[in-house]
Design a protein around this ligand. Structure first.
Ligand code: IVH
Length: 704
């Protein structure tokens, strides 16, 4: 990035500025300002990208302050890419959703040599090549981001989001000093470029951050990845700056070049023609790319060797990685291999094996869930495992405990593979000292004391008292959760707090909170209270699907909730449905039907729904209600030929849902013949009866 001469010049300027700073100079001259910025950028690069600083922190700070003083004296000189602009000023940013230039896909996973050999075989078959060149680099365990530089300036940074759209987090990203605010892409004729990478927190920064949290009496974070991704969404950019985040940039996903820049010679030496070349270009532009960690090899065997070698040394790295990424090096070849809707065919992740650790099982806690299931949770001596601090692990049920032969006081082997929740692999009976005690499963609910029941076919013990406090709280938590009513700023902690203080006792209570009393609680300023109130109010308009799911009926997941919501005009219509009727619905088997039926036969549940309706929630299915009074009532329909958008059965159901009647043959009683492709004799016959309206599938869809 910086040549030897340049470094010398910068060091010289640095000394002269330090001299001025040491003499408390008020400012440097307007002419010198840009040079001072260059010096600061150089030191940031040495410190944050290369980890080889050439000045002390104190010296850096005094240069920085000198620039701040200069810019405040000559405000017209402030440039958006000045090192001082990293510190954001907006205190309460709301993140705007932005569209990615290219969808951010995920990677396919491999777990062993065979998977990699298979990946290589497919790539060779698709490309008809005997041997492929690969570039291998670490798979960083952080939060992925996209950066856009236009005319050499960082103009936008976004989170991955759902891969198509993410949050604009430009101000926060500017706090990360290993991300340059400017980069000389124009040297390569590039006007606009999108770069992908990972925001990470080093192991050291993570340990420091957790220590700080603990000293403030707060809970430590589970792993560096969560710490990094949480930091990106901080409302206050100044806080982001304090988190010591880092960034690795590993992929150029899109760029626009000046026309005419790619002349013959430049084509030959274009760094962007290979993946390794792009990493090198990024490195030379001042980014932290895996330039030193990457390796380029031909054929799959050296790929396997490098992956295994890196795995053996993963613990020596200053940051967490959860595997390696193997990429076809040649970009043209990447493009010809293309992608599936989920991942590119030119890259694969090689996931490292589960990491294991031993610890002691100290106690078993019995937790009561939303549906009354009693789950035993093993409390362990905390151990750091695969990037996470583990101190409790669910041990599922009584049978599981017997199978694993777990006892309180046992040494246990635990493991965690990738993103998977940690598991107890086994107990280590050879280390028993004789003081270990058996785990006794309770006969009564640990929360409400009522007797527990277990169905013969199930392994789970349940508390069947639906007023059991634990269940009530879990039901409220589920109701407000993101996938259900999505009441932002409510959250589990608030539900528990309000419940404990007697401010909330059931789901309808959410809509009658005593805000005055809440405002007296610590941590509830006017702003957060306004937000909470607005979110609660907004949730009254949530769709029937979400409300249905939010009720937390056992076995009713999001998909079933949608099917159910679409099948009625009003949620309370379920009270009149039999189990048999319910099983007619898609995805609803006997077990699910029984559970739904049970829910709607319980008068407390019906009372709750009536209360919710009075409070202003939507229990009506607006679409269905409109249909019921529908224009198609009594009209007859017949479908013929192959429909392209709907299955025949779906089309018939739609017509019926609107009051239409399906008939089986052509006659003068038929009102509409809906014609798909390759319609045969029915169409011919219908053409002879002029009262029949012959319509296409699209016309039918318009009609309904
Ligand atoms: S390449 C189109 N390279 O892993 C391909 N991804 O599991 C873009 N990741 O979403 C991805 N290190 O967030 C690539 N060296 C690396 C990576 C990497 C970490 C993340 C990335 C991606 C996820 C897929």
């Amino acid at each position: 990035m910086y040549g030897t001469d340049e470094i010398q010049q910068l060091q010289k300027s640095s000394l002269s500025f330090l001299d001025k700073a040491g003499h408390q100079a008020e400012a440097v001259s307007p002419k010198e300002t840009e040079r001072l910025r260059e010096v600061l950028r150089f030191h940031e690069y040495r410190y944050y990208v290369m980890s080889e600083p050439l000045v002390s922190d104190f010296e850096y700070d005094s240069l920085y302050k000198l620039l701040q003083r200069t810019e405040s004296k000559y405000p017209e000189l402030v440039s958006p890419d000045s090192p001082t602009q990293r510190v954001g000023s907006s205190l309460n940013q709301n993140f705007v959703t932005v569209q990615h230039l290219v969808p951010m896909l995920s990677l396919d996973n491999s777990y062993n040599a065979e998977d990699l050999i298979d990946f290589d075989r497919k790539a060779r078959e698709l490309s008809a090549l005997d041997e492929i060149e690969y570039c291998i680099e670490p798979k960083f365990d952080g939060a992925s981001i996209s950066l856009i530089y236009e005319n050499d300036r960082l103009t936008r940074a976004a989170t991955r989001g759902d891969g198509v759209e993410g949050d604009d987090i430009t101000t926060n990203i500017k706090q990360i000093r290993s991300i340059p605010l400017t980069a000389a892409f124009s040297k390569y004729g590039i006007k606009q470029i999108e770069i992908r990478g990972e925001i990470i927190m080093s192991k050291k920064a993570f340990a420091g951050y957790n220590m700080q949290l603990v000293s403030q009496g707060l809970a430590p974070l589970a792993n560096p990845r969560n710490a990094a991704s949480g930091s990106l969404r901080m409302k206050d950019p100044k806080e982001v700056a304090q988190r010591n985040l880092d960034a690795f940039l590993y992929h150029v996903s899109y760029f626009i070049r000046d026309k005419g820049w790619m002349t013959g010679d430049r084509k030959k030496t274009d760094p962007l023609a290979t993946h390794a070349g792009s990493l090198e270009l990024l490195w030379n532009m001042g980014f932290r790319s895996p330039q030193k960690e990457k390796r380029v090899v031909k054929g799959i065997q050296p790929v396997i060797d490098y992956c295994l070698d890196f795995e053996a040394h993963r613990d020596d790295l200053p940051y967490e990685i959860d595997g390696m990424v193997v990429k076809v090096n040649d970009i043209e070849l990447q493009e010809s291999l293309g992608m599936t809707s989920h991942h590119p065919r030119w890259a694969i992740a090689f996931k490292f094996k589960a990491r294991q650790a031993t610890t002691r099982l100290r106690a078993i806690e019995f937790q009561v869930g939303r549906t009354g299931a009693v789950t035993p949770v093993a409390k362990l001596d905390a151990v750091y495992l695969g990037g996470v601090t583990v101190s409790s692990i669910s041990v599922h049920n009584e049978e599981y405990i017997r199978e694993k032969d777990l006892r309180i006081g046992d040494h246990v082997l635990i493991e965690r593979a990738g993103d998977v929740i940690p598991q107890i692999v086994k107990s280590l009976p050879e280390l028993r000292e004789g003081t270990e005690t058996e785990i006794v499963f309770p006969k009564n609910c640990p929360v409400c004391g009522s007797e527990l029941f277990k169905e013969e076919t199930e392994a789970v013990w349940r508390c069947i008292n639906i007023e059991c406090e634990a269940q009530v709280v879990e039901r409220i938590i589920h109701f407000v959760s993101k996938d259900a009513m999505d009441i932002k700023s409510f959250g589990e902690a608030n539900v528990r707090k309000f419940y404990e203080l007697g401010l909330l006792k059931d789901i309808p209570g959410i809509y009658g909170l005593d805000y005055e009393r809440i405002s007296e609680l610590e941590g509830f300023g006017k702003k957060s209270l306004d937000n909470l109130q607005a979110a609660i109010e907004a949730s009254k308009q949530q769709s029937l699907n979400r409300l249905m799911y939010g009720l937390g009926i056992r076995f009713v997941g999001e998909t079933t909730a949608k099917t159910l919501a679409n099948s009625v005009e009003h949620l309370l219509d379920f009270a009149g449905k039999t189990e048999e009727e319910l099983t007619q619905l898609e995805d609803v088997g006997v077990k699910v039907a029984k559970s739904i039926h049970g829910f709607f036969q319980n008068h407390q549940n019906i009372d709750m729904l009536q209360q919710l309706e009075l409070l202003g929630l939507q229990l009506k299915n607006e679409k269905k209600a409109a249909v019921a009074s529908g224009a198609l009532t009594g009209q007859t329909f017949l479908f013929t030929g192959t429909l392209s958008k709907l299955k025949r059965s779906e089309a018939e159901a739609l017509a019926e849902a609107q009051g239409g009647v399906i008939v089986s043959g052509i006659s003068a009683k038929l009102n509409y013949l809906v014609v798909g492709e390759d319609a045969g004799s029915k169409l011919e016959k219908a053409k002879r009866i002029n009262t029949i309206r012959i319509i296409s599938e699209d016309e039918f869809l318009n009609l309904i």
